[in-house]
Design a protein around this ligand. Structure first.
Ligand code: HEC
Length: 130
């Protein structure tokens, strides 16, 4: 009987120890929450050369380059000056977002959400030749 009482007191102490440790671990890890769950990527300072041109190169130039443009050369998107015309006509975002009343570009599957957002931010930042 005595022995059992001693045993249960001891195990109670062990449990308290374990709980204290767990509490420490949990409160420590919540301090590091920002590291464990980084905030979603924020797109900013988008550059035409670094960010925009590669997207168009890979997804649009097949039909819209200087050398290879649909509609007898009406729809060239290669180079800043040519692309900017479509930005100013407010067509670029319409076509890549597949909006009503616009052609859907690229025709065989939308750009990824990140690619579209990159182009949106570049335009919001003034569609600079940077
Ligand atoms: C497989 C060929 C093809 C690809 C790839 C393609 N396009 Fe087009 N695009 C066309 C054709 C054909 C037209 C003209 C007919 C039309 O407007 O639907 C066109 C027209 C356009 C126009 C003019 C629309 C208007 O209303 O004047 C824009 C802007 C455009 N494309 C942007 C893009 C962008 C941006 C990409 C890449 C993200 C892209 N296209 C990829 C074939 C393509």
């Amino acid at each position: 009987m005595n022995f059992l009482a001693f045993f249960s007191r001891k195990s109670l102490l062990i449990w308290i120890g374990v709980c204290t440790c767990l509490f420490c671990i949990i409160s420590c890890s919540s301090e590091n929450e920002e590291e464990l769950f980084p905030a979603p990527m924020v797109l900013e300072d988008i550059s035409y050369l670094t960010n925009i041109e590669p997207i168009l190169q890979n997804n649009c130039y097949g039909c819209h380059s200087m050398a290879n443009s649909v509609n007898g050369g009406e729809h060239v998107l290669e180079g800043y000056t040519e692309l900017k015309k479509f930005v100013d006509q407010e067509k670029l975002l319409g076509v890549i977002r597949y909006e009503d009343g616009f052609s859907q570009m690229p025709p065989f599957g939308m750009l990824s959400a990140t690619q579209i957002e990159t182009i949106e931010v570049w335009i919001e930042e003034g569609a600079l030749d940077n």
